[in-house]
Design a protein. Structure first.
Lengths: 629, 519
């Protein structure tokens, strides 16, 4: 059963190939069905593989398919590594993907190019599975870039809209900057160990000096910063919300953006060699979590709030990695995949119900109009806010617990961020679902009134319900305080260097958990006081936060505009200086400046003659030298 | 005293190489004799000849023995014995795929370029160009090589001057002047090498394999290296010898520019691998830091300047400059991985750039311009054109799974092992490549198409059939590069032995370290 691993990849690939070939003839409905079934089957295959793995004592199985790049000592195979970490990822990725595919058949109904949407979506799932199943860094990189390019296509899906086109490009470029890090890390690791296979790398860690290990870890962190939207590369993710909402849920919340965390966790034996590197990771994660949470408090676009929330939550995961709490990072990743997919799909349902409106100023009272969306969103909200006994209380609690033990200063930052998280999510929830309706009269800027908000069709609400149930149950896979560490025990063989053991002191744990819960309540309470009646009064959205700490403006000023000027100047210099020098030199050499000028006026024949003469001279020289050496 | 004839050529009963040079040349002659009005006959003859050549080249590739580092299908007919010049030809893993690629691109260029006024001379020149390019790749005699290398200039000059854009005359002359200037220096270099060899062995020969044993003093070696390399650097082009290429690529007819950028440019880098590394091993090592630096500058500079271009053809011209930088970087990494990557990149870049120019040609055919400023939103009316362009673009950016990535990756990782810092700086080029291509794509294909842009026709079935082989290769070579790598690597290893063992300057201490040949 373990050999079912390639089947997981087969179905999305098949779906992609079928849709890319016949999609346009089959139409929207058939395409959506095929795409959804393909991913559903992939989930079944993942489940079978998982059961097969459970039945094995050796839980690191390599499925070799063929040799991809064989040159010299570089031997890269297309091979899958089925181990607890990869199968855990596969399970939640395929499960959530299948639900989001189903949801999309409703959400994308009537869109132009809906078949193309499913082509990209299936290719995305295939790439994501390659990313997590690859048994070597280069194959992971294949998936890494594959999900990146799918993200590019899907973000700029509405390509005739300039904002969407630019956002897709921005996402790709920011990710490319991160890719430089992954490439350099690969080069360094190959140079030190002579291999790119994960298991072989871990067998040759002895050849790393601390400095080399730190360089490699920092390069990996750069890669993770690009893909997982961390400082300094986080600001592509909010722009990526230009894509259709299912894409935001799948790619920009549940799966792709966690790839950086996956990569760092996968490389945990290397991370263990570099305490300095881990400090940097922890600081980046903590800072990102905090910065993104502050920005999340002041956004007015429902999807942007969720986008910054995602950045912030991934920051927590990265922070966990920095403390060596790899299981906690994966635990939070899985929980987050459920509740954030739920929240994004819920926001999609809201947007759908309001005919495209995304401004939370223009919502309110939707609990009356969209009861299922409301109920499921409620669960997602409680889960992310960290209210016991919902998901984030356990998973984020785990992370903060580990942070407290390693970096107390970052724990304080984490606690503040936890308050902010509860606050911005509650603000969002109250503005959208409670208070009085604000969508039924025209907006100040002329947007028309919306009269008939409606609940979404079943294909959309069923995934919401399933995800809501999943969100309620997911924390059960690893409840630290019940000593039922199912996930931790399962992942143990992969995380041999895990530095955080929640069994250490339960007294401290309970105090920390109580602090977490109190923080969640504080956040919710503040939001309740400020926002329950709508957005009229409180001045709680500073320009600095609403404008993302002016991060984009800053990059534009120090990189964007100077870069454009540099390109323009270089292009001018290429003609004036380099070409000028060459043409000038040619003129000097031939001492025929006059002729050159004439050439440029188009009198070619003079020049052809000149060349012929030169050819003859050289030929004569050749003959003379040959016969009289 | 011939010191070094390590290559054990295998000869073949079937004269693949003779046919591959002779058939297109003969085809050109036949076309010249056909009446000008017989357009259909001309087109079909040209197409037939080029397709048969492709078949022969593919057959040759199939018969080629993998794992063999020597020249195969070797022929040696002396025709000017007193001059030491002979018709000596053969292919190894480095030249094999360039020959195959040449025979593939010519029929695609004929088909993709569409109708031309004065079809007869156009197709005749194109076939002659094919013969000259193939001749250059298979020549193992320096004079023979030089003959073919120069011969490429004549048809390309006439193709540019006869069928190019408004500024074609100036572009053609600049192209000719520039590349010819390089060749002149190379000829002097060739003669000097042969006479030095003669002084050392009392044998006058231009045979590459014999001349590989020649010893030079340090200074002479470096000067000779430069004499050869300037010619090659111009042809490629390598920074700062590139300024002819944007004008030439922008003004040339599509049929010609496909061969110019796809094949002829590779003559430069091929020449460096075959002749510079083969004959001037020591000098190559001395000059390597300079070459690596020029390569990295080219990679980044080309990309930056490409960002500021408006014309798609010029963007691809500067993109090619950057790609050539990658190739040169891999060559002077002197590592098996890096050089193998370079050879593969020569093939891959030929495929990618040919596909780019075919597509740009078709855009020009529809819209009368390749200026990105005038093209908006083509993805709406022409989705297949856009999708095809996207695949080619992603291959050029180096997306894994497509062909460009494998070669680019090999170049960078090979260079990292032997010349770390050049690779570290060079790797940033992958960001820039994405920048200018995505930018161009957004301007041309994204946005709302209006007016003439909205009426842009999508690719016809004929056009899809022409570009399909290239798209197929882009995908297949990205997923299964193994068969090609197996054939390239032994020859690369052999070439690198010249850099490590045949590398002692006269009178200097001879270190016998291998230049990372194992990695």
């Amino acid at each position: 059963m373990i050999h079912f691993a390639p089947v997981m990849l087969f179905f999305p690939l098949l779906g992609f190939l079928v849709l890319v070939t016949f999609g346009r003839r089959m139409g929207e409905k058939a395409s959506g069905t095929i795409a959804t079934v393909a991913i559903g089957l992939s989930f079944v295959a993942a489940l079978i593989t998982f059961l097969g793995l459970l039945g094995q004592s050796n839980r690191e199985v390599t499925e070799n398919l063929y040799t991809w790049i064989p040159v010299g000592s570089l031997h890269v195979n297309i091979a899958l590594l089925v181990d607890p970490l990869s199968i855990t990822m596969c399970l939640f990725v395929t499960f959530i993907s299948a639900l989001i595919h189903l949801y999309s058949t409703g959400y994308m109904h009537g869109e132009r190019d809906a078949t193309k949407f499913f082509v990209y979506l299936n290719l995305f799932v295939f790439s994501m599975l390659v990313l997590v199943l690859g048994n070597n860094l280069l194959l992971t990189f294949v998936g890494w870039e594959g999900v990146g390019v799918c993200s590019y296509w899907l973000v700029s899906y509405y390509f005739d809209k300039d904002a969407a086109a630019s956002a897709g490009k921005k996402a790709f470029i920011y990710n490319r900057v991160g890719d430089v890090g992954l490439l350099l890390a690969m080069f360094l690791i190959f140079d030190k160990t002579g291999t790119l296979n994960y298991l072989d790398i871990f067998g040759h860690l002895g050849s790393f000096t601390t400095l080399a290990a730190t360089m490699a870890v920092l390069a990996l962190m750069l890669a993770a910063a690009g893909k997982s939207a961390q400082i300094p590369l986080f600001n592509w993710l909010p722009d990526a919300m230009e894509g259709p909402t299912p894409v935001s849920a799948l790619i920009h919340a549940a799966t792709m953006v966690t790839a950086g965390v996956y990569l760092l966790c996968r490389m945990n034996p290397l991370l263990s060699l570099s305490p300095d590197g881990r400090v940097v990771i922890a600081i980046i994660g903590g800072a990102t979590a905090f910065v993104a949470a502050t920005i999340g408090t002041s956004q007015r676009d429902i999807k942007k709030v969720l986008a910054f929330s995602t950045v912030s939550q991934i920051g927590f995961m990265v922070l966990a990695v920095g403390t060596g709490a790899y299981v906690a990072a994966i635990f939070l990743m899985i929980c987050h995949a459920f509740y954030k997919a739920l929240l994004f799909l819920g926001s999609g349902s809201v947007i759908h119900g309001l005919h495209g409106e995304q401004d939370i100023d223009r919502m309110g009272a939707l609990r009356k109009f969209m009861p299922i969306t409301f109920a499921t969103f409620l669960i997602g909200w409680l889960a992310i806010a960290g209210v016991p006994p919902f998901a984030s209380f356990w998973s984020k609690g785990d992370v903060l617990d580990s942070v407290y033990r390693h970096y107390p200063a970052l724990w304080v930052l984490g606690i503040i961020t936890a308050i902010l998280t509860a606050y911005y999510m509650s603000r969002l929830f109250f503005l959208v679902f409670t208070g009085k309706a604000r969508f039924d009269e025209p907006a100040a800027d002329g947007r028309p009134a919306i009269h008939d908000p409606h609940e979404s069709p079943k294909v959309m609400t069923i995934p919401l319900v399933v995800l809501a149930v999943g969100t309620l149950l997911v924390a059960g896979i690893d409840l630290p305080w019940m000593h039922a560490h199912t996930l931790k025990a399962f992942l143990e063989p992969v995380f041999t260097t895990n530095l955080y053991d929640p069994n250490e002191s339960s007294g401290l744990q309970i105090i920390l958990a109580a602090v977490d819960a109190i923080m969640a309540v504080i956040g919710i309470a503040v939001a309740w006081v400020a926002w329950r009646n709508g957005p009229d009064r409180p001045k709680l959205e500073p320009k600095f936060l609403a404008n993302v700490w002016y991060w984009d403006n800053f990059y534009d000023a120090i990189i964007g505009r100077p870069g454009q000027r540099l390109a323009q100047e270089a292009a001018r210099a290429d003609v004036a200086v380099i070409d000028g020098a060459v043409m000038g030199a040619a003129a000097v050499v031939t001492k025929r400046a006059q002729a050159l000028r004439r050439i440029q006026t188009g009198q070619v024949r003079h020049y052809a003659l000149f060349i012929a003469a030169g050819l003859v001279a050289i030929l004569v020289f050749l003959l003379v030298k040959a016969f009289h050496p | 005293m011939i010191t070094h004839v390590a290559i054990s050529p295998t000869s073949s009963s079937f004269p693949f190489i003779g046919i591959l040079i002779g058939l297109p040349a003969l085809g050109a002659l036949v076309l010249a004799l056909l009446p000008r009005q017989a357009k259909q006959a001309i087109r079909w003859t040209a197409l037939g000849v080029s397709v048969v050549s492709l078949g022969v080249a593919v057959a040759m590739a199939i018969c080629f023995k993998a794992g063999n580092d020597g020249y195969q299908f070797f022929t040696n007919h002396s025709w000017a014995t007193s001059l030491g010049v002979s018709w000596m030809t053969g292919v190894d893993g480095i030249s094999l795929f360039m020959v195959v690629l040449t025979t593939l691109l010519v029929p695609l260029a004929l088909l993709g370029a569409g109708e031309h006024r004065r079809t007869k001379p156009f197709t005749a020149w194109l076939l002659l160009l094919e013969a000259a390019c193939i001749g250059s790749f298979v020549s193992l005699d320096l004079i023979l090589f030089f003959f073919f290398f120069e011969l490429t200039l004549i048809p390309s000059y006439f193709l540019i001057a006869g069928w190019g854009g408004p500024a074609r005359a100036a572009a053609a002359v600049k192209f000719f002047l520039y590349t010819f200037l390089g060749s002149a220096m190379m000829l002097v270099g060739i003669l000097y090498v042969a006479f030095t060899h003669e002084a050392q062995t009392h044998v006058l020969t231009f045979s590459l394999q014999a001349l590989e044993g020649t010893k030079f003093s340090g200074v002479a070696g470096v000067l000779l290296f430069c004499a050869f390399t300037i010619g090659f650097a111009i042809k490629a082009p390598i920074f700062p010898f590139h300024t002819w290429s944007p004008d030439t690529y922008a003004e040339s007819p599509i049929g010609a520019v496909i061969i110019l950028s796809g094949i002829m440019a590779k003559l430069g880098t091929y020449g460096i691998i075959r002749f510079d590394l083969g004959i001037f091993g020591h000098a190559s090592r001395v000059v390597a830091p300079v070459m690596l630096t020029l390569a990295v500058i080219g990679m980044i500079y080309g990309a930056i300047v490409a960002c500021a271009q408006r014309d798609l053809k010029r963007i691809i011209a500067y993109s090619s400059l950057a790609q050539m930088g990658f190739i040169v970087l891999g060559i002077f990494s002197f590592s098996t991985i890096g050089l193998t990557g370079s050879v593969l990149l020569m093939v891959n870049h030929g495929i990618i750039t040919a596909a780019f120019f075919l597509l740009i040609g078709w855009i020009v055919k529809r819209r009368g311009t390749s200026n990105a400023g005038e093209l908006v939103g083509l993805q709406g009316p022409a989705p297949v054109l856009a999708a095809t362009f996207t695949i080619v673009m992603l291959a050029s950016i180096g997306l894994p799974g497509l062909n460009g990535f494998v070669s680019e990756y090999l170049v960078l990782i090979g260079t990292f092992i032997t010349h770390r810092w050049w690779a570290v700086v060079g790797v940033t080029a992958v960001v820039f490549a994405a920048l200018y291509l995505l930018w161009a794509y957004q301007r041309v294909f994204h946005g709302k198409a209006e007016g003439a842009n909205a009426a842009t026709k999508d690719l016809s079935w004929g056009e899809r059939a022409v570009i399909a082989p290239l798209i197929l290769l882009i995908v297949v070579l990205g997923i299964f590069p193994g068969p090609i790598l197996h054939r390239i690597e032994p020859s690369v290893r052999h070439t690198l032995t010249h850099v490590s063992t045949n590398s002692c300057a006269v009178g200097s201490h001879c270190a016998t370290q291998s230049m990372g040949g194992s990695k």
